[in-house]
Ligand binder design. Structure first.
Ligand code: AMP
Length: 126
């Protein structure tokens, strides 16, 4: 299923290049459906990114186009990574930026896992 209004997937985006092994990453988890690695510019003491292995620009693209197995596998990986990073007891935030208003820098769907300190308000007021 296609999703209207999305840019086409750019296979040269940096996360696609990480998935192909063209650029290194500090990997924390990898399985059939997902790759997780530390953010190169962490905004919290623990800041990891989880990306699906498939070529999806956004959450809408991913959930419309991915198989049930891909979707389940991806979200299972998100939970496993948060646990393996030791964040369950203290808490953490999942965050995903989509498109211009959210300031998405890398056009490959990804979820940030941030924790390790009090993270403050979810958003600054407009
Ligand atoms: P977003 O603004 O949600 O698209 O976030 C993209 C994130 O990717 C930012 O937090 C960047 O610091 C991070 N990032 C960009 N390039 C790399 C890289 N080569 N390795 C790890 N993280 C990266």
């Amino acid at each position: 299923m296609s999703v209207n209004g999305l840019p086409p997937y750019d296979p040269q985006n940096i996360f696609a290049r990480i998935l192909r092994g063209e650029i290194p990453c500090k990997r924390v988890h990898e399985d059939e459906f997902a790759l997780a690695f530390h953010d190169i510019n962490p905004l919290s003491p623990t800041h990891a990114l989880v990306i699906p292995k498939g070529a999806y620009v956004s959450a809408a693209d991913f959930h419309a186009g991915a198989s049930d197995a891909e979707i389940a596998g991806f979200w299972r990986a998100v939970g496993q990574v948060a646990t393996s990073l030791g964040l369950e007891a203290s808490g953490y935030r999942l965050l995903a930026n989509m498109g211009e208003d959210a300031g998405q820098e890398v056009p490959h769907f990804h979820v940030h896992i941030c924790g390790g300190r009090r993270l403050g308000r979810m958003l600054s007021p407009g």
